[in-house]
Design a protein around this ligand. Structure first.
Ligand SMILES: Cc1cc2nc3c(=O)[nH]c(=O)nc-3n(C[C@H](O)[C@H](O)[C@H](O)COP(=O)(O)OP(=O)(O)OC[C@H]3O[C@@H](n4cnc5c(N)ncnc54)[C@H](O)[C@@H]3O)c2cc1C
Length: 414
């Protein structure tokens, strides 16, 4: 039995940032990690993945990007290396190869079971990641058995796919990136497009993340957002990080020869049926992109930056072929693989404390778990601000939650 003041579960960027914050506050703690530091980036991301956030934005408490390519986009292996170096820098007390199997209320806080070990702590921070499991729709069960199915967590490279056509379901960051990569391998690709967030890679000479930060959008607080549930479930922006910093939108994918179809709604008797609202879906995404670009232009004008930036401009609307098919027979042999790029979800099923709603998601107020004093969660989308969805958001979030945790421990001592 081990007793410590606080336990952090997960040694990704969020858990490591929290470790640094606890050390700053002299709070004795241990970080439990089922694999190695940055396990997700080592084992759950496909090798060609690059961050869609620019390198300069990979900021953590006590760490700023210091490499020679601040405007580049880090490959997954470099993210793992960066986090490993960060763990050393902050002296994070990580116990690797330690899978937490259960967390329950204990005599003076919490009890954690990890293999044969039992650990006790007054406070626990869950930093096990927002993207641990694929979110696959129920219709996946109706895919004919002759078709190979896989998720981005299984995908490594196009060589693992059988020959033949690929249906990529979902056109957010993962879907557009993998659709492009698989198409370059010579396989015909069909991309099923539901609601998406269209953004250009750069605008008026600056990366789009520069604009998202400069305009204050990423700093919007969770308790100031009108529809927080929706904000937390928004698809990731249709962006890729490539050395050439190119925009990857539906127009560029169509020009490369990828066929776009509407949202996959049903599969009946092996026939995939797509929504007929593709043109509307795309028009809405174009409208929202232009709304943000208007905000960017207004901000630039109000900040006196107009003279220093190239002039405002707009992008071509998304082109949708009116002959887009509404059905595709998955038994015909045309499609040999379906790739579910339909999002990810966290996995907190090992919690033996009633803090989850009926969908399995943790109820929390900006990371302070509801109904379980001393329990915190970090690294979820729009946890405290819109930036929480991204690596750099953990800097402020971990600071705020460590302050709360510190006050909680002090109040218990009193
Ligand atoms: C495909 C993809 C691309 C992304 N691209 C970007 C990007 O460009 N820029 C950006 O800012 N963000 C990006 N993100 C989002 C986000 O930054 C990552 O999901 C990030 O890995 C989350 O960090 P984390 O520390 O919260 O979780 P993780 O990195 O997932 O770390 C959680 C850790 O907890 C461990 N763990 C889980 N369960 C247990 C358990 N029961 N016991 C012990 N250990 C456990 C895991 O092994 C893991 O090491 C991307 C996410 C995905 C999926």
């Amino acid at each position: 039995m081990m007793q410590t003041t606080a336990i952090v579960v997960g040694a990704g960027h969020a858990g490591l940032a929290m470790s640094r914050r606890l050390t700053e506050r002299s709070i004795d703690h241990v970080v439990l990690e089922r694999g190695e530091v940055a396990n997700s980036w080592r084992t759950q991301r496909w090798p060609s993945l690059r961050l869609l956030t620019p390198n300069w934005q990979t900021r953590l408490p006590g760490h700023d990007y210091a490499g020679d390519d601040p405007d580049g986009y880090m490959p997954a292996a470099d993210v793992a290396a960066t986090l490993t170096a960060y763990a050393r820098l902050v002296g994070a007390p990580v116990r690797t190869l330690t899978t937490v199997q259960a967390l329950r209320a204990g005599p003076r806080g919490f009890e954690i079971r990890a293999g044969d070990d039992l650990l006790r702590a007054r406070a626990v921070v869950l930093a096990t990641g927002a993207c641990t499991r694929p979110a696959i729709p129920g219709i996946a069960d109706a895919v004919p058995p002759s078709v190979t199915t896989l998720t981005p967590l299984d995908y490594r490279d196009s060589g693992q796919l059988p020959d033949g056509g690929v249906l990529v379901v979902g056109a957010s960051a993962t879907g557009v990136q993998l659709a492009g990569e698989i198409h370059r391998s010579g396989r015909p690709v069909t991309l099923a497009v539901g609601e998406h967030v269209r953004l250009p890679r750069s605008y008026r000479g600056r990366d789009i993340f520069w604009w998202l930060e400069a305009t204050g959008l990423l700093a919007e607080r969770y308790d100031e957002i009108d529809d927080l549930t929706r904000a937390r479930h928004l698809p990731s922006p249709q962006l890729t990080g490539t050395p050439e910093a190119v925009t990857t939108d539906l127009n560029t994918l169509t020009a490369q020869g990828i066929r776009i179809v509407g949202r996959l709604g049903r599969i009946t008797d092996g026939v995939a049926q797509f929504s007929g609202a593709l043109a509307n879906t795309c028009a809405l995404a174009d409208l929202k992109m232009n709304r943000f670009l208007n905000r960017a232009d207004q901000w630039a004008a109000a900040s006196g930056l107009d003279g220093q930036l190239p002039p405002p401009h707009r992008y071509a609307p998304t082109r949708v072929d009116p002959r887009t098919p509404l059905e595709l027979d998955l038994t015909s042999g045309e499609i040999t693989t379906v790739l579910w790029a339909t999002g990810f979800r966290p996995d907190h099923c090992w919690l033996d404390i009633p803090v989850r709603d009926r969908t399995g998601r943790i109820r929390h107020d900006g990371g302070v778990v509801t109904g379980a004093p001393g329990l915190y969660v970090l690294g979820l989308p729009v946890l405290r601000t819109r930036a929480s969805t991204y690596i750099h958001g953990a800097a402020a979030d971990s600071g705020a939650l460590a302050d709360h945790l510190h006050s909680y421990l002090s109040s218990r001592r009193r």
